[in-house]
Design a protein around this ligand. Sequence first.
Ligand code: FES
Length: 247
Amino acid sequence: MKVTFKIWRQENSKTKGELKSYFVDGITEDMSLLEALDHLNEKLVLKGESVIAYDYDCREGICGQCGVFINGRAHGPHDNITTCQLHMRSFKDNDTIIIEPWRAKAFPIVKDLIVDRSAFDRIIEHGGYISAKTGTAPEANAILIPKEVSDKAMDAAACIGCGACVATCKNSSAALFTAAKLNHLNRLPQGKAEQHQRVREMTWQMKEEGFGSCTFTGACEVECPEGISITNIAELNARNILSNLLG
Ligand code: FES
């Protein structure tokens, strides 16, 4: 297969960027998109040119590091997968594939396709944990949790923090990320003791980081590789009102 990549090149957040074209042959349908970029980078090294910077860790859809826009869609043309799970068989021979970084004020560009998503880490630092000492593992039946409650908590816990929700939202809102991280703890008995403080502090930090407000367009749910529902945001809003009332 041969394709033309149009890839965003930018030295850092202070410089201007631009799309640059790279014609690449020798690609197979079984390569992932990241492997095709590895292949392109090997060619750039041989030519003595600067390699394209892109982020990844697991390459298995787990870590959330790899997100980019591919032909205008977060993580590419398919629903419910990450960029590293996208294979070149999703494209045709001679296709042009445009690859751009996440674009949001709270995610400044580090280089080329890599953005700084540490704003998410700072939101987690404001309550995305349980601080009570847990001691040794309790007997499995000591805390009974209804199946539907644990299922809903696990659905929210599936968030991998990739940032597609922010990048695809016209307001650059982090409401889906924050809601998922809050709800998976607040739905379980272990998270209840700190639930109101967690809601207040994580939503406060979300605003501090410069993310926009949620206007409930639903774009985040569509592009989330884990299919996390925007009902999480509705629950976050309800919890926010409750937390403020309860001080
Ligand atoms: S590299 Fe880990 S989710 Fe893609």
